[in-house]
Design a protein around this ligand. Structure first.
Ligand code: BES
Ligand code: MN
Ligand code: ZN
Length: 501
């Protein structure tokens, strides 16, 4: 769907349907004179009598088909005092889904209807555009199209009142578009069946995305990983016929080439079978999405480049396939991490932290970083603790924690702090090696985070985001269908845009 901007008075608004977010207990034509001018029949429309403006409520009103605006779709926001960005996102998303179901080709959203809500005009504009594009997203179909499905909406026009344009209106629309494009890219990648997305293919895709958006992309193959000493990442990939890769992406705008970069690291397990400690078969298919973190980082870097954010940002994607082939790592094996520490492998299903620890070391060795943030589908324990809406946030750096929570919160991605409880570090002591990579089930998300922290120098500003549980949804919502959610992309874009200082 194309996003258009119209600088036309209400008399010239046109399209198949006008999308009208409305608050509870407020009559549409009275509360918005511009709308009354665009669709004068609204004031006598009987359908409006039943519309209360409750959160999530929809009412479709028909006028004369030859009027410039033949239909109005009213979408409820709930009471004005509580109508925030989240309500606007949901309202626009469910409105757009309704339009698609009806087969409407063109939708007009008058910006004036957002102008009076709390949250700031530009911001609500960005959220609306983003929500519309997220709501209509469907991962690339690998089946033949259904001839009975109505065609997708062709365009959404944001109609500005030429007499009252918000200063940053166009840029806000663009930001919403870029953010949605990136979230949808991350969703597409995570939805890709594992047979169609190996570490090497993900690297090719990253190179293409980099080329198209002006990022620098370097890919380390197995031989180079060997030379760099990334023994843990290599161990994870050993059981697969498809060798690991480390993908490095860089956004270094002119004048910022030598700046201390923000580095994002995303887990890129293209399939997590559990390895020799094989997972149960129920839900194993979902483990094609165990590269959600890598997808989020790749999509973020592309969006950061599209936005031309004036800051140096890097993305590291350690990619491997966790399979139980004949050369697979075994429980009891001892491998060597990139920092020289020997690591005892206990459970081959705890592969994420192995891939990650080497990437964290690599990042600290090669760059003088301003912050290091990893995003990982790391532990079922985190999903059990926080449920389907909250991601786990681990850091000892309070100001970085606040930055991340604010960056996520404004986009509807929420994080809850979990502790890096130092006394539990003794759990990771090994009889035979410098460190053991798994602790008991109890406190599983914390144990994993402490393992990662072992590889981060104390002077480095580091945060770990555990997105297991929020990366995927089994229930379709207004903004997300069943499958990968792309959770984290908007957080990282906002974090990069706002900086970490
Ligand atoms: N990729 C999984 C974690 C996961 C589980 C992500 C469910 C999304 C949904 C990870 O590699 C894993 O298997 N973790 C184990 C660790 C355990 C063996 C210590 C887990 O959480 O059970
Ligand atoms: Mn696993
Ligand atoms: Zn995994």
């Amino acid at each position: 769907m194309e996003i258009r901007v119209q600088n036309l008075g209400p008399e010239q608004w046109h399209g198949d349907v006008l999308l009208a977010p409305a608050c509870k207990g407020e009559s549409l034509p009275q509360s918005c004179p511009a709308l009354d001018r665009a669709a004068p029949w609204l004031s006598v429309a009987p359908g409006l009598r039943d519309f209360a403006g409750k959160d999530g409520e929809l009412a479709l009103l028909h006028g004369h088909p030859e009027l410039a605006v033949p239909r109005v779709l009213a979408v409820g926001l709930g009471s004005r005092s509580q109508a925030d960005a989240a309500c606007v996102r949901r309202a626009v998303a469910s409105g757009l889904r309704f339009c698609r179901k009806k087969g409407y080709a063109s939708v007009v959203l008058p910006e004036v209807l957002l102008a009076g809500l709390c949250g700031g005009r530009e911001r609500l504009l960005e959220e609306s555009v983003c929500a519309a594009l997220l709501a209509l997203h469907r991962p690339a179909l690998l089946k033949k199209p259904d001839p009975d499905e109505p065609a997708e909406p062709q365009w959404l026009a944001v109609a500005f009142d030429p007499a009252d344009m918000p200063r940053d209106g166009q840029a806000a629309v663009r930001r919403g578009e870029h953010a949605a494009w990136a979230v949808n890219l991350a969703r597409d990648l995570a939805a890709m069946p594992a047979n169609r997305l190996s570490p090497a293919l993900l690297a090719e895709r990253a190179q293409r995305v980099a080329r198209e958006n002006g990022l620098i992309c370097t890919v380390l193959d197995a031989a180079e990983l060997e030379r760099e000493g990334l023994g843990c990442l290599l161990a994870v990939g050993q059981g697969s016929a498809r060798a690991p890769r480390l993908i490095v992406l860089e956004h270094a705008p002119t004048g910022h080439e030598e700046e201390r970069p923000i580095v994002f690291v995303g887990k890129g397990i293209t399939f997590d079978s559990g390895g020799l400690c094989l997972k149960p078969s129920a839900n194993m298919a979902q483990m094609k999405g165990d590269m959600a973190g890598a997808a989020v980082v790749l999509a973020t870097l592309a969006a950061v480049a599209k936005e031309g954010i004036a800051r140096r940002v890097l993305g590291l994607l350690p990619c491997a396939d966790n399979m139980p082939g004949g050369a697979a790592m075994r429980p009891g094996d001892v491998v060597c991490a990139a920092n020289g520490d020997s690591v005892e492998i206990v459970n081959t299903d705890a592969e994420g932290r192995l891939a990650l620890c080497d990437a964290l070391v690599y990042a600290q060795k090669h760059w003088n970083l301003s912050a290091l943030v990893d995003i990982v589908t790391l532990t079922g324990a985190c999903a059990v603790a926080l449920g389907p809406e909250l991601a786990g946030l681990f850091t000892d750096d309070n100001s970085l924690a606040e930055r991340i929570r604010a960056a996520g919160g404004s986009a509807g991605e929420e994080y809850w702090p979990l502790p890096l409880w130092k006394p539990y570090a003794k759990i990771l002591k090994s009889e035979v090696a410098d460190i053991c990579h798994t602790g008991p089930r109890e406190g599983g998300a914390i144990n994993a985070a402490l393992f990662l922290q072992h590889f981060v120098r104390e002077d480095v500003r580091w945060a770990h985001l555990d997105i297991a549980g929020v990366d995927w949804t089994d229930k379709a919502e207004s903004l997300t269908g069943v499958g990968p959610t792309g959770f984290g992309v908007r957080t990282l874009i906002n974090l990069a845009a706002g900086g970490v200082e």
